[in-house]
Design a protein around this ligand. Structure first.
Ligand SMILES: N[C@@H](CCC(=O)N[C@@H](CS)C(=O)NCC(=O)O)C(=O)O
Length: 217
């Protein structure tokens, strides 16, 4: 297969890009990276050149074009044989919590946009936002208590696509000061100490661009 290129958006703001990028890093799929600046006059035209959906992330290899973070993660899992728990029933749960993130938590995503380098931001709380935070806390507790005994990740010793799906959530909780349980705080510390996430954060801090609509709190 041709060399993979992962097209991503600003590291400070693009949460879907982070999910695909960190999954590929952890699963060990080699790729080049092409960063497109979001929210600039030329952004839409550039996105259309690389992705049929005009969105990032997109994984490209020769004729192959895979848009959407979840599909990219699935391809990486197929190619590497990593990324999902071995046991079928545990794998089903990992897929469920990943899908719940991919399709849900609309209030969290709109009220607390990812702003990786920002700290100590505070926003007004809504019932829907609180419900999203509580549900995520519940998911992390459930995974850690039922499947996490062998290591620090949601499903134990091996990093899974579920961890990649929730990495931007950890950044949001960190930025906006989410009140969470001890187990969730412990899991957040694991994610924040991860070398791959640190690499992403260093690059995010160095970016010169600001997207005003994502600067909240
Ligand atoms: N469901 C898609 C969502 C992708 C998405 O919404 N990406 C945003 C950036 S995080 C985007 O490309 N926005 C286009 C723009 O800002 O013009 C996925 O999972 O990859």
């Amino acid at each position: 297969m041709a060399q993979f290129t992962l097209v991503i958006g600003n590291k400070n703001y693009s949460s879907w890009s982070l999910r695909a990028w960190i999954a590929l890093k952890h699963l060990g799929l080699e790729f080049d990276e092409l960063l497109l600046r979001l929210d600039a006059p030329e952004t839409h035209e550039q996105l259309e050149r690389y992705a049929p959906s005009a969105r990032v992330p997109v994984l490209r290899a020769g004729e192959l074009v895979v848009w959407d973070s979840q599909a990219i993660c699935e391809l990486a899992a197929e190619l590497t044989g990593r990324g999902w728990p071995q046991a079928r029933e545990v794998r089903a749960v990992a897929r469920a919590v990943s899908a719940e993130m991919h399709s849900g938590f609309a209030s969290l995503r709109s009220l607390w946009p990812m702003n990786a380098r920002a700290r100590n931001r505070r926003t007004a709380t809504t019932a829907a936002l609180t419900a999203d935070v509580e549900r995520i806390d519940e998911i992390w507790n459930d995974c850690r208590h039922r499947f996490g005994a062998g290591g620090p990740w949601l499903f134990g010793a091996d990093y899974t696509i579920a961890d990649a799906m929730y990495a931007p959530v950890v950044l949001r909780f960190n930025t906006y000061g989410a009140r969470v349980s001890d187990t969730a705080r412990w899991y957040m510390a694991t994610v924040l100490e991860d070398a791959a996430l640190q690499e992403w954060l260093t690059a995010a801090r160095a970016e010169p661009w600001t997207i005003d609509s994502d600067e909240v709190g």
